[in-house]
Design a binder for this molecule. Structure first.
Ligand SMILES: *[C@@H]1O[C@H](CO)[C@@H](O)[C@H](O)[C@H]1NC(C)=O
Ligand SMILES: *[C@@H]1O[C@H](CO)[C@@H](O)[C@H](O)[C@H]1NC(C)=O
Ligand SMILES: *[C@@H]1O[C@H](CO)[C@@H](O)[C@H](O)[C@H]1NC(C)=O
Ligand SMILES: *[C@@H]1O[C@H](CO)[C@@H](O)[C@H](O)[C@H]1NC(C)=O
Length: 519
């Protein structure tokens, strides 16, 4: 029997991971010295306390708006705080790491405009990247155009190339890349990989191949990222043999592949139904996990072994996680539940869930949802409800996924009254997170009409009103239900007006029929 293929989720996760690694790596390449400087000065700054105190103030700004960074810095200067370019750049990097791009950019702007500090070429590359993120591509292009000639080097060109690749602008990226070639600007494995990943995202696999050929001609040594992109590209054209050739080639060129390259490989093999090869890739993956790689590789292992249909390995990896990490995160618990779900082991799911219940610090509804889904897979509806009741007693709140699970389950079985309870739950969700599609709405309406259930139809209309999707059709259906049930409603005409719905010919006719009935 063919094993279950890895879920689309896993593959997407892998791809996203891969691509974000590509972007980060490219940004890192744009600023390697800054990183080095930052690390080198970190210790000093820590000892002096001064710079760290400044960072604390910047960090405390949270999400405050434009001008807040300048205010902190000006105050700092007035208080006589020390300002060293290296420290400030380190703060920029730190803010950027936490995706506080606007603050990072404001800090750099302040360095230049308020203090007249000179930007090194590396810093220009960082600033370019931040300008792209905060103000968009045109601003980044303008910044690049305005750079003094010596600052237009491989770093700033690389940063601009990265902007084009992130924005998926094939033509501009290619033109820039070609121009870099003409200018003889050193193009690294990273620059090329960046462009490769763009082509892969665009599905231009032929271009990915030709860039790899170009790399060979130019004698640029590929790295593990190049390898991952190529593998993924070959896989999407079903060229499994090419992947094996590639791996040999990488080994000959002494390219070290990280664990994430092997998780990509394993996922590809699983998709192709090559379970044994996948398992051997997973063994390699596990062997490459380093002390500071964290939990992610193990989460991948669980998920991929589940796709391989190997329960004993999933359980073994789980035991490794339990031993290795003093605290098991929500993500790991969730991953384990998903793996067991895939393997149809509901009993083990229950054990894991109970284990989580007695250990969690913060409730995470995703785990309960996963359990509900597990019970429903085996048609254990009552258990699913009981599970939810128990979670509710402990203060849990449902989310849109919970509602959707129950709603779809009951609707699938024709239990429309039970399903209605969950529509009513859904409308209580904050931020209008609940949604009903037209097909579902229609199914409910048809059901109430056929079953002459005026109360149900009324309740359903109230839900539609709260969801902001009540319309003339809903009232037509409600009226037909009333007529079918032989019931009257005095307030309906007013309600239609209150909802600002035009009493069209059809509605008018139905209202009249209802009025006539009572006479
Ligand atoms: C900034 O760089 C320019 C040109 O390299 C130089 O003339 C100037 O002295 C520098 N200013 C500072 C404050 O370092
Ligand atoms: C590439 O290898 C380096 C070090 O060996 C590792 O830190 C990095 O995560 C790897 N990247 C990928 C995409 O495998
Ligand atoms: C699971 O993996 C282990 C280790 O690779 C292997 O010995 C075992 O045969 C596999 N079991 C199944 C059911 O594939
Ligand atoms: C668990 O999930 C909740 C909600 O998603 C989150 O706030 C919390 O930080 C997570 N805890 C851990 C240990 O990951």
């Amino acid at each position: 029997m063919a094993p279950p293929a890895p879920s689309a989720g896993v593959r997407l996760l892998l791809l996203r991971r891969l691509l974000s690694t590509a972007t980060e790596a490219a940004e890192e390449a744009a600023a390697p010295t800054a990183a080095a400087t930052a690390t080198a000065t970190a210790a000093k700054a820590g000892k002096k306390g001064g710079s760290l105190a400044l960072y604390r103030r910047l960090s405390a700004l949270g999400r405050s708006g434009e001008g807040s960074v300048s205010r902190v810095l000006n105050k700092w200067v007035r208080e006589g705080g020390a300002l060293r370019v290296e420290d400030l750049v380190k703060h920029v990097k730190e803010l950027r790491k936490y995706k506080r791009h606007a603050h990072a950019l404001e800090l750099m702007d302040w360095m230049v405009h308020a203090r007249g500090m000179n930007m090194s070429h590396t810093n220009h590359a960082i600033r370019l990247d931040l300008i792209y993120k905060v103000r968009g591509l045109e601003a980044a292009e303008a910044y690049f155009a305005g750079l003094p000639d010596p600052a237009k080097n491989h770093r700033t060109y690389g940063a601009l190339l990265n902007c084009y690749c992130s924005a998926k602008m094939e033509e501009k990226a290619t033109d820039l890349y070609n121009k870099m070639g003409e200018l003889g600007i050193y193009s690294s494995a990273l620059g090329i990989s960046n462009l490769m990943s763009l082509y892969m995202k665009l599905g231009r696999h032929g271009k990915v191949d030709s860039l790899f050929e170009e790399m060979k001609v130019k004698n640029v040594k590929p790295n593990n990222l190049t390898c991952c992109i190529l593998m993924t590209s070959y896989a999407s054209s079903n060229k499994i043999d090419a992947i094996e050739e590639l791996l040999k080639e990488m080994a000959e060129k002494d390219v070290t592949l990280g664990w994430s390259a092997y998780s990509t490989l394993a996922s590809i093999y699983l998709n192709a139904g090559l379970v044994e090869k996948a398992e051997s890739a997973l063994k390699k993956l596990e062997g490459l996990v380093g002390a500071d790689d964290g939990r992610a590789p193990f989460d991948f292992l669980m998920s991929l072994y589940a796709s391989a249909g190997n329960l004993s390995e999933v359980n073994r990896v789980w035991d490794v996680i339990k031993v290795k990490f003093s605290k098991v995160t929500n993500i790991s618990y969730l991953g384990m539940l998903q793996a067991l779900y895939k393997l149809n082991d509901i009993d083990r799911m229950k054990q894991i869930y109970v284990d989580w219940e007695s250990n969690y610090e913060t409730y995470d509804v995703r785990l309960t949802n996963m359990m509900i889904r597990g019970h429903m897979k085996f048609d254990m509806t009552e258990e699913a409800e009981a599970l939810w009741e128990k979670a509710k007693e402990k203060g849990a709140e449902f989310d849109s996924k919970t509602c959707e699970l129950f709603l779809d389950h009951y609707m699938g079985k024709g239990g429309m009254t039970l399903a209605l309870n969950w529509v009513e739950n859904m409308i209580k969700l904050p931020n209008k997170a609940g949604k009903l599609d037209q097909d579902k709405i229609h199914e409910f309406q048809k059901y109430f009409e056929e079953h002459k259930d005026a109360d149900g139809a009324e309740r359903f209309c109230n839900c539609l009103r709260t969801l902001g999707c009540i319309d003339g059709k809903a009232y037509e259906s409600l009226l037909r239900t009333y007529l079918a049930a032989g019931k009257k409603s005095r307030s309906l005409r007013q309600q239609i007006k209150d909802d600002k719905i035009e009493i069209c010919y059809d509605i008018g006719k139905l209202l009249k029929r209802m009025d006539d009935k009572g006479r």
